[in-house]
Design a protein around this ligand. Structure first.
Ligand SMILES: [Zn+2]
Length: 252
């Protein structure tokens, strides 16, 4: 089944009728250095809050210059080197079962130090693991290394820290790494929102996940339209991950 922009508006109406606002946040992955695609992302964003998941080992300090004027941009940690340590048929992961806890701890700590040196207060101790994966056995490392939150794709939840996940991804990774198509993405968005509404999870944020280095022209166009649709709707609020973490810790 496919949905269209009208279906999305209708779902937002239902949130409005119940006196609620649907909360969204936005994460973009794999940032290493500034470049034309990164500039396009910043331009497209206008004033929307954005979390940039940076790969510490490759992070170029020039990024900090490009974003320091924008307090609605946060930097979060995208693994350490974005290297896959698993072997097929296991799924790709930097922090999978082939690594020891000591290795994972070391990577997380060094990565955190690098990003904190480059970005100062714009960096938040949040891990978005590469390929959205971290083995259960390593989850304790996150707490030991001082992380406040973990961000993956889907509805994974760990008890030991905040989970701020993403749900909407315009790229079809399994098929051809091209744009999935508006109908499928909008259907996924409407379904995600409907589930939250039915379960009365009104404050649970829905995450948009983008990859500026990978997106094709259709993906860029869709993201532009999607962000505009969120920004112009009175029943939607776009929040920064910093704000979401603050609100969640107040409610705990
Ligand atoms: Zn990545």
């Amino acid at each position: 089944m496919k949905a269209d922009w009208f279906d999305l508006e209708m779902e937002f109406e239902k949130w409005g009728q119940a006196g609620n606002q649907a909360c969204f946040w936005w994460r973009d992955d794999d940032l290493e250095a500034p470049g034309p695609r990164f500039e396009r992302l910043l331009e497209l964003r206008r004033d929307a809050p954005l979390s940039l998941a940076v790969i510490p080992k490759m992070a170029k300090p020039q990024i900090a210059e490009n974003i320091k004027a924008y307090e609605e941009i946060d930097i979060i940690q995208h693994g350490f080197s974005h290297r896959n340590y698993e072997t097929a048929p296991s799924k790709k992961s930097e922090f999978g079962i082939n690594r020891t806890c000591a290795q994972v701890n070391r990577d997380l700590s060094i990565g955190k130090e690098i990003l904190s040196d480059i970005f100062g207060k714009q960096f938040l101790s949040v891990l978005a693991p590469p390929w959205n994966r971290i083995a259960m056995v390593h989850s304790r490392c996150l707490v030991d290394s001082g992380f406040h939150a973990l961000s993956r794709y889907g509805n994974h939840e760990l008890d030991c820290l905040q989970n701020i996940n993403t749900h909407i991804d315009p790229i079809s990774w399994k098929k051809n790494r091209a744009f999935t198509g508006a109908g499928i993405i909008l259907e996924n968005t409407v379904r995600t929102l409907k589930t939250k509404r039915i379960n009365a999870e009104y404050s649970s944020p829905t995450g948009l996940l983008t990859h500026h280095k990978q997106m094709d022209e259709d993906s860029w166009k869709f993201i532009d339209q999607f962000i505009r649709a969120l920004q112009s709707n009175p029943h939607v609020t776009l929040k920064s991950i910093r704000e979401i973490i603050r609100l969640k810790s107040q409610n705990d």
